[in-house]
Design a binder for this molecule. Structure first.
Ligand code: FMN
Length: 429
């Protein structure tokens, strides 16, 4: 595809002192070749047993060849009994090792750093996927989302300890397979984020109560992973600046969590925000301040505050759309890396073009199907954009104008036929 046909020249040069193409050396000497990072994007390319499928290979090759500096995989689950959505890859033992090696090789071409994002959904698991749903406490979702997620059971202390061990095991296998690093998914309302939140975590044992107790699970997960991979292997974290929920994890607690994990030795912090109940990560949460929602990078204010307190390498994801916006953010000194989500679903060569000073031509816009029941689940955005990842893998490019309704129906019927959903769970409430 002709670069100039899909991108338009950036309207302003933005800050000039630091370029998007400048490399960055992490504490342990690992070099990231430029400042552009593909943030984790759930690919929906695993089978019902969590086995990674071949289509991951052309997709990750396309991203690597497209010039991204660091490529972070979609969330890989640590427990087959706890998948968040159809198509999750699960790594709980070495059964997929041979394929993981191929995945690591494909995604690391062209000098790209490839990290595996590691996750457990807790209660944010689509209803019907798992036999039961567990969470720090048995707090149901708010009524409009309850039909999609179901009520969780409180985890036992033994289950908590087992999950911590699992995060370490998955990290070890990622390293063994040839991934260049791992990232803890502590954002967006999944299990670690649930432990951090005073709304979702009402435990009275050592895992709940004070902010320090609620952070204990995250710190234990980090230590388990660090022990498994050694001191020099990069471990990053994706963390919410806030949950954007009343009584939830807030900026002050997030700051304390950043400082604690930086002190423990984390190699990079990615800042995001929100949960499925309040989807600030995609800029669609109404409780976000208008000024926040409208600025190019949603979570820059918080990044600026973090920068004043710690030197930990920082990445911000959510809302970056233009070369000028990215250059300005980098030049401000408040972050080291630009996280890219939906732009990478529209065109795998986005980084190459941004590095050449060209703005993306395809606009990122909210995707709604028009069917109230589906749109209320807040999942259409992820479903449509991850459908484009399959297009890139199979056809070499996305279809920016593909009908949202068609994608929604393909998703529902496809997963029904695979036995992921049973009809009654998708009947309108
Ligand atoms: C299709 C899709 C899948 C996503 N999967 C993940 C994921 O697995 N893990 C994660 O941390 N965030 C995930 N996200 C959130 C993105 O990483 C990113 O935070 C969000 O899209 C905002 O960035 P953007 O404005 O550049 O798109 C996903 C987003 C989309 C659109």
């Amino acid at each position: 595809m002709n670069i100039t046909s899909t991108f338009v020249q950036a309207s302003s040069s933005g800050g000039a002192s630091l370029s998007l193409g400048q490399s960055f050396k992490l504490r342990n000497g690992v070099l990231i070749k430029n400042r552009l990072v593909k943030s984790a994007l759930h690919e929906s390319m695993g089978d019902k047993q969590g086995r990674p499928l071949d289509c991951l290979l052309p997709l990750y090759k396309a991203w690597a060849e497209g010039g991204i500096g660091l490529s972070i995989t979609g969330n890989v689950m640590v427990d087959q009994r706890a998948r968040s959505e159809p198509g999750n890859v699960v790594v709980e033992d070495e059964r997929h090792l041979a394929f993981l090696k191929q995945w690591a090789e494909a995604g690391s071409r062209n000098g790209t750093a490839l990290w595996m994002q590691i996750n457990h959904p807790g209660k944010q698991a689509m209803i019907g996927l798992n036999k039961e749903t567990v969470a720090p406490s048995a707090i149901p979702f708010k009524p409009e989302l309850a039909p999609f997620f179901g009520k969780p059971r409180e985890m036992t202390p033994a289950e908590i300890e087992d999950t911590i061990v699992r995060f370490g095991r998955t990290a070890r296998i990622a390293k063994q397979a040839g991934f260049g690093g791992v990232q803890i998914h502590a954002a967006h309302g999944y299990l670690i984020s649930q432990f951090l939140s005073p709304h979702h975590n009402r435990r009275s044992d050592k895992w709940g109560g004070s902010a320090e107790n609620r952070r204990r699970f995250l710190m234990a997960v980090y230590r388990s992973m660090r022990e498994a991979v050694g001191p020099d292997f990069p471990i990053g974290i994706k963390l919410n600046s806030a949950d954007f929920q009343r009584g939830g994890f807030n900026e002050a607690e997030s700051m304390d969590a950043v400082l604690a994990i930086a002190e423990a030795g984390i190699d990079m912090v990615e800042i995001s925000g929100g949960t499925y109940e309040a989807p600030a990560m995609t800029g669609s949460e109404q409780t976000m301040k208008n000024s926040t929602r409208q600025r190019e990078a949603y979570f820059m204010d918080f990044a600026e505050q973090v920068r004043q307190q710690t030197k930990v390498p920082l990445m911000v994801t959510g809302g970056f759309r233009s070369v000028a916006g990215m250059r300005d953010a980098l030049a401000s000194g408040s972050l080291d890396f630009i996280g890219l989500g939906r732009l990478m679903c529209m065109d795998a060569a986005t980084p190459q073009r941004l590095l050449a000073g060209l703005d993306p031509q395809y606009a990122v816009s909210p995707r709604v199907s028009g069917i109230g029941y589906i749109d209320r689940s807040r999942m259409m955005e992820v479903i449509w954009y991850s459908h484009q990842l399959m297009r890139i893998a199979r056809e070499g490019q996305a279809r920016p104008n593909e009908s949202v309704l068609k994608v929604a129906l393909t998703y529902l019927v496809g997963n029904f036929l695979k036995g992921e959903f049973s009809m009654p769970k998708f009947r309108a409430s």
